[in-house]
Design a protein around this ligand. Structure first.
Ligand code: BG6
Length: 278
C-alpha cells in the first residue's frame, strides 16, 4: 500500500506498508522519517519534538546532506546543503511484490538552487522498503562543467540506551575528530560517554550497531567515509527540535562522502551513494 498524506500546514509525505515493513517519506528532502520491520521496534529515531514544517529539516530519520556535508566555506549558506529542505517530486512508485516497495524521488536544479550552488544537476533517491531499507542517492551532472560534492545519508538510529551500545567495524580506521579538528585512529569499538562527532575515513566494510536486544547492519557502497555523531548533554540542550534527554535514545551513523572522501563529478557523469540497513 502506498498512500499520499498531507498535514494541515501543507507538509506532504508518503506512507508505505507491505508484508515486511512500514515506512514514511516526506517530499521535503526525500526524507525517510519512519522505518520499521514488521512487529519489531522502529530502526530510525525520530525526535518527539520534530518540526514537520516546510523549510525546516525534520530532526530524525534520514536527512539527505547534499551537495555539501557540514558547514559551507560561505557561512551564509545552510549547514548540510539545501536538498534536505527542498521539495522533491515522486518520479516512480512500484509495488514490486507483497514484500518489496520501490519509490524514486527526484530533485532538479532550479533558479533558487543555482543561487545557492551554481551547477545544473539531477538528484534521485531510489528507496527500497522491505526487510531491509535500501537508499541509493544518485547525483548526475547535467552541467557543462565538473563539480565537487560532499554528501551524507545522515541516518538517526533509535537505541535502547546510549550507555549500552557499541559501534563495531571501524577499528583501526583514521578519523577526523570534528570537536578538536585532530586526526586520530580508532581503537576497538566505539562506545559513548561524551559528545562524539567524527568523520571516519577508509571505511570499506559494513558497520554494526550493537544494542541490548538487536544488531543493526549498515552496508555502504560508493562511500569510504562514515560519520558517527551523538551530541551528548550540553549540545543536545542547544539543538533545535530535540528534547534535553534525547541524546540517550539516538545516535547517527552516516553513510557519507565527506572530508577527504569529497567526490568530483564530471559533466554527463553520475555518482551513486548507497546504504543498506537491516
Ligand atoms: C552531524 C554533524 O552530521 O550533524 C554534527 O557531524 C551536527 O556536527 C549534526 O551537529 C546535526 O546537524 P543539523 O544541521 O541537522 O543540526
Amino acid at each position: 500500500m502506498i498512500e499520499y498524506k498531507k498535514l494541515s500546514n501543507g507538509f506532504e509525505y508518503i506512507e508505505i506498508k507491505n508484508s515486511l515493513a512500514y515506512a514514511k517519506i516526506a517530499l521535503q528532502g526525500a526524507h525517510i522519517f519512519h522505518y520499521e520491520q514488521n512487529s519489531k521496534e522502529p530502526i530510525l529515531w525520530l525526535s518527539e519534538t520534530s518540526d514537520f514544517e516546510i523549510g525546516k529539516s525534520i530532526r530524525g530519520g534520514v536527512p539527505i546532506c547534499w551537495p555539501w556535508f557540514g558547514l559551507n566555506k560561505d557561512d551564509s549558506l545552510p549547514q548540510h546543503g539545501f536538498a534536505r529542505t527542498s521539495i522533491w517530486g515522486v518520479a516512480n512508485t512500484d509495488e514490486r511484490s507483497a514484500d518489496i516497495t520501490l519509490i524514486t524521488l527526484k530533485l532538479e536544479y532550479s533558479k533558487e538552487s543555482l543561487k545557492l550552488w551554481p551547477y545544473k544537476f539531477e538528484l534521485e533517491l531510489h528507496v527500497s522498503i522491505s526487510d531491509r531499507l535500501t537508499m541509493e542517492l544518485k547525483t548526475t551532472n547535467i552541467d557543462e562543467k565538473s563539480f565537487e560534492i560532499t554528501q551524507a545519508l545522515h541516518t538517526y538510529f533509535s537505541v535502547s540506551d546510549i550507555l549500552h551500545v557499541a559501534i563495531r567495524g571501524l577499528d583501526k580506521k583514521p578519523y577526523l575528530d570534528a570537536l578538536t579538528f585532530k586526526k586520530e585512529i580508532q581503537s576497538g569499538d566505539i562506545t559513548f560517554n561524551q559528545e562524539v562527532d567524527r568523520v571516519y575515513q577508509e571505511v570499506s566494510d559494513e558497520v554494526l550497531l550493537k544494542d541490548k536486544n538487536r544488531i543493526l547492519h549498515v552496508e555502504n557502497e560508493g562511500s569510504c567515509s562514515v560519520v558517527v555523531w551523538n551530541p551528548w548533554i550540553a549540545k543536545c540542550k542547544r539543538m533545535s527540535a530535540m528534547r534535553d534527554d534525547a541524546y540517550k535514545s539516538m545516535l547517527c551513523i552516516e553513510s557519507a562522502n565527506a572530508f577527504e572522501d569529497e567526490r568530483v563529478i564530471k559533466s554527463n557523469e553520475s555518482l551513486t551513494l548507497k546504504a543498506t540497513i537491516y
